[in-house]
Design a protein around this ligand. Structure first.
Ligand code: PNW
Length: 475
């Protein structure tokens, strides 16, 4: 096998690995945890591949010591994980579950003892079910992120976590990929809560941003020592041609995927092409005076998740009446002109698009904060060799080329501080279930045995070579 050379990153660049609670923890009904919208969704027939659920997942809740040992062995500077909101607050608001608080206390202390800095995501899609059920009575379509009360509940949860862990967490991420929460969840319907809405999805987008802004204030008010940011999945989008209709489709796709997040966060305004994209659906009564100030509260970093580029072309709307359209029915078709390299997710492998994306963000928002790559990685069908080793050369190639793409963007001026590989472990890949494997460490779902893959050893080698090259030798 051809092992790619280690990409060269500048001194001070930091390396990590990432996971999220629902994807790895399991123990869905233990120690007082409440249900989340992903429990409900995954337990609904037909929603996930082969009916997969996160009931057991990688059983991290019971095996966290072993997983921290894997992180220590990997030599990462930092580990990004998420807190399960319904483990801390089973009803989303109100009574606190002490056993849930204790779990993350132990995890954080174990990480620090292993020399690994904790980075916490507060919301990686597992909304307490009690908040989704329309108890607030705020909107016709239901509760959850469609109503402002959920943003306020999120801030109270953030304050609780900040109070308990704020002295030990190096990096706080309010939301993971609000695009997916709002639009994959409430418009495509492929993720929880699994609906296909227009206004509801756009209201959710806005309330996610409000929740983010309120949480930033709650974290700052609690005096946390760590940096505070948000993780987006901004897309590098290409137009299928330079025909005017495809350029217009590109504009709409950028509004949906990128600008609805980055413009309020970093430019103090709603996106310029909303009316063209959503025919008036976006500018709803859920937007209140003062919201832009709240959403635009300055951040310490921007988290970027990147997997693959998109190419778009103009296409007919699926539904003619704008009032009846979902928020993703924007007259755009996605094409894949990227050739033959794809991961098992079906995603094209195009590292140059990563460089382009980082440069584009840098040029468009010169005042935005430094970037952390909070996820990047590849799903591969790994082969187990007769000697029990797990060979994943495609994953090694993917990581090497994407880290080199980050280095290229930095050479062009992008301010990137570190990189988290997705993922430490094979895990519950949402609607795709368990046959998409993103881990540096293989998980046998029958025995829950962990086996580091070749990519784990490669990444460890990269990190130690980076240190040897960039750090002063000890005298
Ligand atoms: C990101 N989609 O997710 C998430 O932050 C991770 O939890 C996830 O495991 C990782 O990327 C790999 O997929 C996405 O279907 C998952 O559109 C699915 C979609 C988008 C992003």
């Amino acid at each position: 096998m051809n092992i790619p050379p280690f990409p060269v990153l500048p001194a001070g660049f930091r390396f990590g690995a990432a996971t999220s609670a629902y994807q790895i923890e399991g123990a869905h009904d233990e120690d007082g945890r409440g249900a989340s919208i992903w429990d409900t969704f995954s337990h609904t027939p037909g929603r996930t591949r082969a009916g997969a659920t996160g009931d057991t997942a990688a059983d991290h809740y019971h095996r966290h010591r072993e997983d921290v040992a894997l992180l220590r062995g990997l030599g990462v500077d930092t580990y990004r994980f998420s807190i399960s909101w319904p483990r801390l607050l089973p009803q989303g608001v109100g009574p606190v579950n002490a056993k849930g608080l204790d779990f993350y206390d132990r995890l954080i202390d174990d990480l620090l003892a292993a020399g690994v800095a904790p980075a916490v995501t507060l919301y990686h899609w597992d909304l307490p079910q009690a908040l989704e059920t329309p108890v607030h009575g705020g909107a016709d379509a239901g509760g959850g992120w469609r109503v402002r009360e959920t943003a306020e509940a999120f801030a109270a949860y953030a304050a609780l976590a900040a109070d308990r862990y704020g002295d030990r967490v190096e990096r706080w991420i309010t939301l993971n990929e609000p695009y997916c929460s709002a639009f994959v969840g409430h418009a495509e319907g492929r993720h929880a809560p699994g609906t296909q809405e227009g206004r509801g999805a756009l209201a959710a987008a806005h309330h996610l941003l409000i929740g983010h802004g309120l949480a930033v204030h709650a974290l700052r008010a609690a005096g946390v020592v760590g940096e505070i940011g948000i993780t987006l999945n901004p897309d590098r989008i290409h137009a299928a041609s330079d025909r005017p209709e495809d350029i217009a489709a590109l504009r709409r796709a950028e509004t949906l995927h990128n600008d609805i997040w980055t413009e309020p966060l970093f430019a103090g305004r709603y996106p310029a092409h909303e009316a063209e994209t959503w025919a008036g659906l976006a500018d709803g009564p859920w937007r209140l005076p003062g919201d832009l100030d709240l959403i635009g509260t300055p951040l310490d970093f921007l988290g970027v998740n990147f997997y693959r580029p998109l190419t778009v072309a103009a296409a007919p709307h699926r539904v003619a009446d704008p009032e009846q359209r979902t928020a993703v029915d924007i007259g755009v078709a996605e094409l894949d002109p990227y050739g033959t390299r794809h991961t098992t997710m079906g995603w094209p492998v195009v590292p140059s698009a990563f460089t382009e994306l980082l440069c584009q963000l840098h040029v468009r928002y010169p005042q935005s904060p430094p970037i952390w790559i909070t996820e990047n990685g590849s799903a591969e069908a790994d082969t187990v060799a007769p000697d029990g080793r797990i060979h994943d050369p495609d994953r090694i190639g993917y990581l090497a080329e994407h880290l080199a793409a980050v280095a290229d963007a930095m050479a062009a001026g992008a301010d990137v501080r570190g990189y988290y590989a997705w993922s430490l472990l094979d895990n519950f890949e949402w609607a795709r279930g368990y046959d998409q494997r993103f881990g540096l460490v293989h998980v046998d779902y029958d025995t829950l045995t962990r086996t580091p893959k070749d990519s784990y050893h490669w990444y460890r080698g990269l990190i130690s070579a980076h240190r040897a090259r960039t750090e002063e030798p000890a005298r």
